[in-house]
Design a protein. Structure first.
Length: 175
C-alpha cells in the first residue's frame, strides 16, 4: 500500500489519546492548501472529461461565487504538469487560466475510522480491525491496546452510523 504524505495524514498531536473528548477531536484538525484552476462553469464539463486534466486526478469541483474551481492533488503537481494543464485549458476554451490555491480544513469527521485509530495509537501498535453484526461492532483488542479501548470505542461509535454498541471479544470462546 502506498504511504500517504504528511499532508494527508493526521497530526501526531493525537498520538497516545486514551479518552476522546470534544477537545481532543479538535487536535484532528488539519489545514491543507490545494492547487486549483478557476474557470467559468460553462467549460467545467469539457475540462473534467479531458484526458490531460483527468489524468492529473482532479479531486473535486468547488463553487466560488460565479466560478468553478478544479482542485488538484498537490502531490501530483509539478511545474511540467501545471504547464500541461494550463495549455490544455487554453487550447480547449481559449481562456488564459492560472493556478490559485484553496485552503481547506480537514477535521475529525473527515478522517476514516482506520486513520483515526492508527493516529491515536503509539508507533508499533496496530489495531486488528472489527466486524459488525447489526448495530453491534465487535473488536478483539490485544492486551497492549486495552489502554486505548475508550478512544477506539468512541471512534467506532462516531464513525459508523449504524453502530450503537462496541464489544471487545475475549480471545477464547467457551463451548
Amino acid at each position: 500500500m502506498k504511504k500517504l504524505s504528511s499532508m494527508f495524514t493526521i497530526s501526531s498531536k493525537v498520538r497516545g489519546i486514551a479518552i476522546l473528548t470534544d477537545n481532543e477531536k479538535k487536535l484532528f484538525n488539519k489545514e491543507i492548501t490545494l492547487p486549483v484552476v478557476i474557470v467559468p462553469p460553462k467549460v467545467i464539463g469539457h475540462l473534467i472529461g479531458c484526458k490531460e486534466i483527468a489524468d492529473r486526478t482532479p479531486v473535486i469541483n468547488i463553487p466560488r461565487q460565479s466560478e468553478k474551481a478544479i482542485v488538484f492533488n498537490p502531490e501530483k503537481m509539478d511545474e511540467n504538469t501545471r504547464n500541461v494543464v494550463l495549455n490544455t485549458i487554453e487550447n480547449l476554451t481559449g481562456l488564459t487560466a492560472k493556478f490559485d490555491s484553496y485552503n481547506i480544513t480537514l477535521n475529525y469527521d473527515d478522517w476514516s475510522v482506520k486513520s483515526c485509530i492508527t493516529a491515536i495509537l503509539p508507533e508499533g501498535l496496530e489495531f486488528g480491525g472489527f466486524s459488525q453484526i447489526g448495530h453491534i461492532v465487535h473488536v478483539n483488542l490485544r492486551e497492549e491496546l486495552l489502554f486505548y479501548k475508550k478512544a477506539i470505542g468512541k471512534i467506532l461509535l462516531d464513525k459508523i452510523s449504524s453502530c450503537k454498541t462496541v464489544v471487545n471479544n475475549l480471545d477464547a470462546i467457551w463451548t
